[in-house]
Design a protein around this ligand. Structure first.
Ligand code: NAD
Ligand code: MG
Length: 391
């Protein structure tokens, strides 16, 4: 979709522009031509009003939205005299998603991203999907909404972007399995006794990737990989048995597709989300980006090891959720988000998070399959309540 002002600018919106993916997206946009090439329709953030206002001014966005109504006045103040419209809260996020942008980056963290991403999908925008929770919670319903809307679903999560790059549509019938790589996180070699005592400060230190707080801790517990297994199932229409996870500490191979003739295709690169974001923004072309290039001589080796599902039970829980189907993805995610918040605030232990999620999944495994998004939101809410009661 090009600009209404007669130029060839592409209209884009970034949901979650102040986060790690959001700021990387704006960086890619800048490298690919900035305001000459793109018209930014809407940007959204939460508490970081100063950054949001700065981004809106720099890009000339039409609309800036803070998810938190309490920040509306300060955002309005920061943008007074600029002509940039300001909104807040859930309705503001939907307003941003509904702006007439042909490409929308979905980079709000957690379940809060579901409703606005869905709104953008329903009106037919291409969705660059970083927010994996959309697929974990609402899988088939979300895919169906994108299909009906008529836009493209462009995976941004590095593993899924890698698979998207090497899974050719005409060879889909020959896919045997996909192999999701995982760095193993900061506790790859820790014992259970050591993991028992972990705090949010140690858990957030990811060895290879620089990311938001929640996804960094999810990487340490491998709940991030658990979410990504479910995400891959829905994105690429796979059976749970076709999804393998391998620990690869260097994070150079971003994931692989194994075909029925014995070939395995992989996408490699330095760990920098701008490659995946640029691919989603330029698809089906490739763009030029100033990311670090792989130097194989320096790299010298790539290591692999099987994940340990005793120390990282999240992977087992993802398989359970996929096998059970129905609302179990939404339940896993709702319980996980509640346990994660409690862990960040020091109200529960690192290993306790998986126990809480499993107990809630078992308690809610009788819920009927969701027929609407309301069923998904209701399962998520039930899971949060039960999880909160266990903390
Ligand atoms: P982040 O915490 O750095 O940023 C999150 C963004 O969401 C910010 O703009 C924040 O203002 C906004 N936000 C926070 N709470 C909100 C709420 N309640 N309502 C509306 N907006 C809210 O997170 P991130 O690391 O950029 O991750 C964003 C999404 O992308 C997540 O779903 C994550 O799993 C996914 N992802 C991130 C990476 C990465 O490298 N960071 C990689 C793959 C996938
Ligand atoms: Mg990932």
């Amino acid at each position: 979709m090009t600009s209404g002002n007669g130029t060839n600018q592409r209209r884009i919106t970034i949901l979650g522009s102040t986060g790690s993916i959001g700021t990387n997206t704006l960086d890619v946009v800048q490298h690919l031509g900035g305001r000459d090439a793109f018209e930014v329709m809407a940007l959204t953030g939460n508490g970081n009003v100063a950054l949001l206002a700065e981004q809106a001014r720099a890009t000339g966005a039409r609309l800036a939205v803070t998810a938190d109504d309490n920040h509306y006045a300060s955002l309005k103040d920061a943008l007074s005299g600029t002509g940039i419209a300001v909104a807040s809260g859930r309705s503001g996020l939907i307003e941003a998603a509904d702006m007439d942008a042909g490409w929308v980056m979905a980079a709000i963290v957690g379940n809060a991203g579901l409703a606005p991403t869905l709104a953008a999908a329903r009106r037919g925008a291409d969705i660059a999907l970083a927010n994996k929770e959309c697929l974990v919670s609402a899988g088939p319903l979300f895919i169906e909404a994108v299909r009906r809307g008529g836009g493209r679903l462009l995976p941004v999560d590095s593993e899924h972007n890698a698979i998207f790059q090497v899974l050719e549509e005409h060879q889909r019938h020959a896919v045997e399995r996909i192999v999701l790589t995982a760095s193993g996180g900061p506790f790859r070699k820790s014992t259970l006794a050591e993991m028992e005592k972990v705090t949010a400060d140690t858990a957030r230190a990811h060895p290879n990737w620089s990311m938001g707080l929640k996804i960094s801790i999810d990487s340490a517990s491998m709940f991030n990989k658990a979410l990504e297994m479910i995400e891959a199932k829905h994105l690429f229409d796979l059976d749970p048995e076709q999804i393998e996870v391998i620990v690869h500490p260097q994070s150079v191979i971003h994931s692989m597709v194994a075909y029925s003739d014995g070939s395995v295709l992989a996408q490699l690169g330095c760990p920098d989300m701008r490659t995946a974001i640029g691919y989603a923004l330029s698809h089906p072309r490739r763009c030029n980006l100033p990311v670090e290039r792989l130097d194989f001589a320096k790299l010298s080796r790539l290591d692999f090891e099987a994940p340990d599902e005793v120390r990282f039970p999240a992977l087992r829980l993802a398989r359970l959720a996929m096998q059970r189907g129905g609302t179990q993805g939404a339940v896993l995610n709702g319980a996980k988000e509640t346990a994660l918040e409690a862990f960040i605030e020091g109200r529960t232990g690192f290993l306790k998070m998986a126990d809480i999620v499993e107990t809630v999944m078992d308690a809610l495994c009788g819920l009927p399959a969701p027929r609407s998004m309301e069923d998904v939101f209701s399962a998520d809410e039930k899971a949060r309540q039960l999880a909160a009661g266990l903390i």
